[in-house]
Write a protein that binds this ligand. Structure first.
Ligand SMILES: CC(C)(COP(=O)(O)OP(=O)(O)OC[C@H]1O[C@@H](n2cnc3c(N)ncnc32)[C@H](O)[C@@H]1OP(=O)(O)O)[C@@H](O)C(=O)NCCC(=O)NCCS
Length: 268
């Protein structure tokens, strides 16, 4: 037996009793008080034991006791501005409804399932820093005749290697690899051209039309806050214009290039 004092009521209970069982033994009034206090703790945001509420801040777990001491001493290691910044940080990946890879065609596709649709196929789209091993796939995509048809001419291997060396050494370039459920599926970057900042991207052909390009641009817009941001797209590259329009870019000017008429889009 264990002797417990519950809200001033002394009671002997078997050692294996739960708190509620002990309260039963102490009577309905004590049980009601535990219920009310538990509800109040949950309303304050408590989600585990022990939780302590100090000056309106919740501290959870035994390992937080040192932090409570620090706070009571007036030397809280976390300042409110840092907390707010962490709280407001954007996620670096999104879990979105996408079309399954095998079902898409290179052209327009039927609408994707809404993001909140039950059972919609989903993938986690993320941008991570480019690793040298990603360059092999990047080289294959940029050499692919289907990709070349809507973008710039392919670089030779030597030109490609020199270009990668240049942009990875340039601190004004933000270069990321696009992954879908961890698989490398594309590349995206922002860069300076004169004093204008631009965005460029590619998705592996076998993943086109799944919604990955749209999500990758959305994530890059969080990562790189510079505005205005521009994009140059061949007029015949309707897929890329759709990706940009969905992310708020608007047509800004038309221009000619060796590869055909181009549209410059702008996001403010
Ligand atoms: C542009 C590119 C990145 C788009 O990537 P993606 O993952 O296929 O993009 P999304 O699936 O998010 O969106 C593409 C949209 O264009 C649509 N689309 C594709 N080809 C199209 C076409 N010929 N006509 C009209 N719409 C087309 C797709 O169906 C999709 O729209 P939907 O979801 O409403 O069906 C990809 O096609 C690519 O890598 N192209 C080669 C490189 C390139 O063009 N880079 C951009 C240079 S500016």
């Amino acid at each position: 037996m264990t002797k417990l004092i519950i809200d001033g009521i002394e009671v002997d209970v078997p050692a294996e009793y739960t708190v509620l069982q002990a309260c039963e033994a102490a009577g309905a009034e004590a049980k009601e008080r535990v219920r009310a206090q538990t509800a109040a703790a949950i309303a304050e945001g408590a989600f585990g034991v022990p939780t302590l509420l100090v000056d309106g801040e919740l501290f959870w777990g035994f390992d937080a006791f040192g932090d409570i001491d620090a706070r009571l001493r007036g030397d809280d290691p976390l300042d409110d501005a840092a907390l707010r910044r962490w709280h407001d940080l954007e996620a670096s990946s999104v879990r979105r409804a996408v079309r399954p890879a095998a079902t898409v065609s290179p052209g327009p596709n039927p609408p994707r399932a809404r993001d909140d649709a039950e059972g919609a196929p989903r993938a986690t789209i993320a941008l991570r820093p480019r690793e040298p091993a990603d360059d092999e796939r990047h080289f294959v995509w940029q050499s692919d005749p289907v990709q070349v048809a809507t973008t710039v001419p392919a670089r030779t291997r030597a030109e490609f290697d020199a270009w990668i060396a240049k942009i990875t050494a340039d601190p004004s370039v933000t270069l990321r690899t696009i992954t879908a459920d961890g698989e490398v599926v594309g590349t995206i970057n922002t860069f300076l051209l004169g004093d204008e900042r631009y965005i460029g991207y590619r998705v592996a052909n076998e993943h086109w039309g799944r919604g990955i390009g749209t999500e990758a641009v959305r994530l890059m817009l969080r990562l790189d806050p510079v505005r205005p941001l521009f994009a140059t797209v061949l007029a015949r590259n309707t897929a890329s214009q759709k990706v940009l329009a969905r992310n708020g870019f608007v047509a800004f000017r038309d221009q000619a290039s060796d590869d055909g008429p181009e549209v410059v889009l702008r996001l403010d």
